[in-house]
Every structure is written in structure tokens, then in C-alpha cells.
Design a protein around this ligand. Structure first.
Ligand code: NAP
Ligand code: G4F
Length: 327
């Protein structure tokens, strides 16, 4: 039986990846950071909270990573842990550097010290392209990060490549473009919108305050994207891949899709609030997933419309439940 260790298992991707690997017959371990309240709601949503083994640890604590690797004896290690919200990275740049950047070398060192034959996946990001240097970003597009988060991720990206080249570790980076789902954190724009749409439709909210709605993103479904992570670790040689849909849409048009699904007009509810503008913006992202398609036979299968509808449906269900519970 193959054994996997997932850092960030309580996050959106961690939960979907855990479910995907369980379905493939893996024994799944997850590194879980200690928090004062429970963080397992996503694992519960997918019905797998009792099927994964959770090990307490933190990517900033090397000893806990060594312990987690020894307990799990993982053949595959997926590093999904991060301070992943771009907005917060300007308020907590040092924490972001320590968790999202240095956390990566901690885990690589732990692998080097325990079992260098373990395969490693690093969650790199399209945010590294930032101020884009090519209209369609591919593996050869130069990076130009625009946030402390993007800068920290760039360190994680290059240190992963460096450990592959220095120590022959099977270490791959997935340069994933934005991917969303009903399990997306509420602070990210898609989920903020779909949650607001549900609340407005059910009479609990009147307005939705947003920042730069002219920004464009290449949005896919997280459930599709975790398969690409796994595929990378099944290749004979480690490599880096862009994972994207190849289509880009403005935040404005994404809002339109969400509001129209419940027969509302976004223009009547969205209020532009400079509070949500960023000190430096990534105006547009558009990925070229040709290499993943050719080498991994991977392709995004969920359209933005299907994705947003799935998210609105899930939020309508949640809000209705909330109303019923409150009486
Ligand atoms: P997410 O929902 O924010 O999950 C992040 C996970 O990291 C959570 O489980 C969190 O634990 C954990 N974590 C945070 N700090 C930690 C620490 N110090 N030690 C151990 N664990 C820690 O993020 P996601 O959307 O699933 O993304 C997964 C990864 O892919 C992240 O690295 C993200 O930066 C990257 N990425 C995401 C996207 C995207 O569009 N979703 C695109 C490209 C790359 P708690 O639950 O305790 O907070
Ligand atoms: O949903 P977002 O916060 O995602 P962002 O910044 O693109 O980052 C996400 O994707 C990255 C991959 O490219 C990941 F690496 C990262 O971890 C994260 O998952 O914002 C998307 C866009 C931005 O341009 C933002 O300025 O939406 C714009 N936006 C406009 N109003 C807003 C809002 N974003 C948020 N979060 N909240 C708003 O009110």
C-alpha cells in the first residue's frame, strides 16, 4: 500500500487530495497545525475525517516534520501548507515568508534526513507570474511576483528545483492557477461572491463589497487540479508543470454568472470598496497548460459556469441550514 503525507490537509486542496488518494487505495497521513478550534470541517464535508491519520506539526518546526515523516513512512509527500491568502501577506509578510517560503526547505531537509527516496510535490502558484511577462503564462515565462506571498512562493519553487538538482530528490512543482470549490475559504473572491449571492437571495445580506473587479483570473475546479498533483509524482522524472484551464475571466463576469444563477443582477448589489484594493495588483493571469496536457494527459474538465453554479448551490444549502438552525 502506498503511503502519502499531506501538509495542509485541512485546507481546500488538502481535503480534496486526501479523498482522491484514499480512493486510489493510499494510506493517507496529514500534518495538522495546532489551532485553538477545530479545523477539520472540510474533511468532514467530504466524509473522510475518520479515514485519514492526522499528525500534529507545523512546517516552521523541523522536528515536527521529521517526526511526521518517520511516523508516516510516506512514499509521497505533498506540501500544500501555506499562508495562502495574498491580501494577508502584506499584513504578515514575515510569517508568510516563514510558513510559505522557509517551510518548504524545512520539509525538504526533513526528507533529506529521513528518506530521500520519498517523492515530493510543491504547491507553486501562478501568483509568481504577477506582473505578467507573456500573454499566456507557461513553464518558461519569467516570474515577477507582486506580493509578499508571491515572493515567498518563488523561494519555495526554486528551493524545490535546487533540491532536485542538488540531491536528486524526485521533487516537482505544480504551478497551479486559481482553483476553487465549495470548500474554498470565504476570504477568496469566488467564495466571497457565492456566499453573498446565497445570503442576498435568502434575505440575510443587502450588499457585497468588493475591490478590483476588473482583475482577471484563470479559474478552475480544485477537484480537477488535485489529480494533476498526483500525476506529477507518478512520472519517471520530476518536473514542473503549469496547471490551468487556458481561459481568463474578470471578477466582474464571475459575479455576473453567480448572481444570474439566482435571477439577480450583480450591478444592483456590488459596491466597490477601496478597502479591498491591494498595494500591488496582479491584473491578469492566463495559463498555458499544454505541457500538462501532453506529458500528464491532464486537462481541466469543469467550466467556470459549472464551478460557480456548484459553489452557489453549496452556499444556498449552507445558508438555508443556518436559517433553520437559528429558527
Ligand atoms: P488553504 O485552503 O489556505 O490551506 C492551507 C493549509 O495550510 C491549511 O490546511 C492550513 O492549516 C495549513 N497551514 C497554514 N500554516 C501552516 C503551518 N505553519 N504549518 C502547517 N500547516 C499550515 O489553501 P489551498 O487553497 O488549499 O491551497 C493549497 C496550497 O496550494 C497552498 O500552498 C497554496 O498557497 C497553493 N496554491 C493554491 C491555489 C489556489 O487557487 N487554491 C493556487 C496555487 C497555489 P489551517 O487549516 O490550520 O489553517
Ligand atoms: O480570490 P483572490 O483573493 O485570489 P488570488 O489573489 O488570485 O490568490 C489565489 O490564487 C493564487 C493563484 O494565482 C494562489 F496562489 C493564492 O494562494 C490564492 O489561492 O483574488 C482574486 C482577484 C484579485 O485580483 C483581487 O484583487 O480578485 C480581486 N478581488 C476583488 N475584490 C478580490 C476582492 N479578492 C478578494 N479576496 N476579495 C475581494 O473583495
Amino acid at each position: 500500500m502506498k503511503r502519502a503525507l499531506i501538509t495542509g490537509i485541512t485546507g481546500q486542496d488538502g481535503a480534496y487530495l486526501a479523498k482522491f488518494l484514499l480512493n486510489k487505495g493510499y494510506k493517507v497521513y496529514g500534518l495538522m497545525a495546532r489551532r485553538s478550534t477545530s479545523t477539520t470541517w472540510r474533511l468532514e464535508f467530504l466524509g473522510i475525517e475518520n479515514e485519514v491519520d492526522l499528525i500534529e506539526g507545523d512546517v516552521t518546526d523541523l522536528s515536527s516534520l521529521i517526526r511526521a515523516l518517520k511516523i508516516s513512512e510516506a512514499n509521497e509527500v505533498y506540501n500544500l501548507a501555506a499562508q495562502s491568502f495574498v491580501g494577508t501577506s502584506w499584513d504578515q509578510p514575515i510569517l508568510t515568508a516563514e510558513v510559505t517560503g522557509v517551510g518548504v526547505v524545512n520539509l525538504l531537509e526533513a526528507i533529506r534526513l529521513t528518506d530521500p527516496s520519498a517523492k515530493f510535490y510543491q504547491a507553486s502558484t501562478s501568483e509568481m507570474f504577477g506582473l505578467i511577462q507573456d500573454e499566456k503564462q507557461s513553464e518558461s515565462t519569467p516570474f515577477y511576483p507582486r506580493s509578499p506571498y508571491g515572493v515567498a512562493k518563488l523561494y519555495g519553487h526554486w528551493i524545490t528545483i535546487n533540491y532536485r538538482e542538488s540531491f536528486n530528490i524526485h521533487a516537482s512543482c505544480g504551478i497551479l492557477f486559481n482553483h476553487e470549490s465549495p470548500l474554498r475559504g470565504i476570504e477568496f473572491v469566488t467564495r466571497k461572491v457565492t456566499d453573498a449571492v446565497a445570503r442576498i437571495k435568502l434575505g440575510l445580506q443587502e450588499e457585497l463589497h468588493l475591490g478590483n473587479i476588473d482583475a482577471k483570473r484563470d479559474w478552475g475546479f480544485a477537484g480537477d487540479y488535485v489529480e494533476a498533483m498526483w500525476l506529477m509524482l507518478q512520472q519517471e522524472n520530476a518536473d514542473d508543470y503549469v496547471i490551468a484551464t487556458g481561459e481568463t475571466t474578470t471578477v466582474r463576469d464571475m459575479c455576473k454568472i453567480a448572481f444570474e444563477y439566482v435571477d439577480l443582477k450583480y450591478e444592483e448589489y456590488v459596491v466597490i470598496d477601496p478597502k479591498f484594493y491591494r498595494p500591488a495588483e496582479v491584473e491578469v493571469l492566463l495559463g498555458n497548460p499544454a505541457k500538462a496536457q501532453e506529458k500528464l494527459s491532464w486537462k481541466a474538465t469543469t467550466s467556470l459556469k459549472q464551478l460557480i453554479q456548484m459553489m452557489v448551490e453549496a452556499d444556498l444549502k449552507r445558508v438555508k441550514k443556518e436559517i433553520a438552525t437559528k429558527g
